[in-house]
Design a protein around this ligand. Structure first.
Ligand code: HEC
Ligand code: HEC
Length: 270
């Protein structure tokens, strides 16, 4: 009689080791690639593949439910390009001005809002272009702006951006180092990886796509910072702004928004 082979299926030890190895592998894969990543808050927004890609990470907050759900807008589609910061030769300020008649009710006759809608006067053109495309694609949530942006063509958006860039932002004072600035605005918070606001938001230096903030209505600024902090707004490219605001306290939000909103200069209408 032939001796039972060590690697034969009839050998119970061999059978058991194969079965346990397969089970163990399947369970580890499920845990590592599906379960752990699924606890990340972006899981529903980004799907299985994204979660597999990040599977090496372990969730930082297990129970953080902020910003989950299918109706939360996802990251932007807009790829910012230097050319968007220049007003294209083909853009028509005059035509933009006509289109902007639909916007004055909220954004002000000269792009200086009297409500809690943001000012658009002097806003960097690539900001207006990017934000309007984000509303169009429902990447930034606002029932009013999503509906209005849906009706705009690419040409309309270009002309509106040219028009608003052309309006003077002279009624809001630029931020410089020669004044008293909140610490976060001037130096940021290096220990928390927060870069100074002034290094991105203009006045001294502007990062492509970072909006002009000076003179914006305070309620608007507070609302946007809270939405970015909670993940309700997530259309900022590479989470640049979410990374800044993530560890900011309510008191810090109060301080920086008071500062920026207060930069409506004496010549302002409000
Ligand atoms: C009924 C009021 C209303 C009208 C009309 C309106 N807007 Fe807005 N707009 C808003 C509000 C409110 C916000 C801020 C929404 C949010 O929380 O994202 C906004 C935001 C924006 C932003 C983003 C600005 C930023 O700094 O991020 C742009 C750009 C913009 N609107 C352009 C327009 C244009 C162009 C029109 C005309 C075609 C227009 N809006 C008409 C109320 C309005
Ligand atoms: C690394 C660059 C960077 C730094 C530093 C930074 N921001 Fe931003 N911020 C951005 C960009 C880029 C956007 C536009 C996001 C988008 O495309 O929707 C933005 C958007 C915002 C908005 C929304 C404005 C609007 O009209 O849509 C506010 C408010 C804001 N930042 C405030 C601040 C404050 C206050 C600080 C300092 C504590 C700060 N930011 C620091 C890059 C930065």
């Amino acid at each position: 009689m032939r001796e039972e082979g060590m690697y034969s299926w009839r050998n119970p030890w061999f059978r058991w080791s194969v079965v346990s190895l397969v089970t163990f592998t399947v369970v580890s894969v499920l845990v590592g690639f599906v379960w752990l990543p699924s606890v990340h808050r972006d899981f529903t927004a980004q799907g299985l593949w994204a979660s597999i890609c990040r599977a090496a990470g372990v969730p930082s907050t297990w129970s953080d439910s902020g910003g989950t759900g299918k109706d939360v807008p996802q990251a932007t589609n807009v790829v910012l390009e230097r050319s968007m910061a220049r007003i294209a030769g083909s853009a028509s300020v005059g035509r933009g001005g006509t289109l902007a008649l639909n916007c004055t009710m909220c954004h002000g006759a000269q792009g200086m809002s009297a409500s809690s809608a943001p000012n658009l006067a002097g806003q960097y053109p690539e900001v207006v272009i990017k934000q309007l495309h984000d509303y169009q694609a429902a990447k930034r949530a606002s029932s009013i702006m999503e509906a209005l942006a849906a009706r705009l063509s690419d040409r309309d958006i270009e002309d509106l951006a040219a028009y608003y860039a052309y309006l003077p932002k002279a009624r809001t004072a630029p931020t410089t180092y020669d004044e008293r600035l909140p610490a976060l605005v001037r130096v940021g918070a290096p220990l928390r990886n927060i870069a100074p606001c002034i290094s991105c938001h203009g006045g001294v230096d502007q990062k492509l796509g970072a909006p002009w903030l000076e003179g914006m209505p305070k309620d608007y600024l507070v609302g946007q910072l809270q939405a970015l902090r909670s993940g309700k707004r997530r259309n900022d490219s590479e989470a640049q702004m979410r990374n800044v605001v993530r560890s900011m306290t309510d008191a810090e939000i109060e301080e920086v928004t008071t500062f920026y909103a207060g930069k409506a200069s004496a010549g302002g209408e409000r």
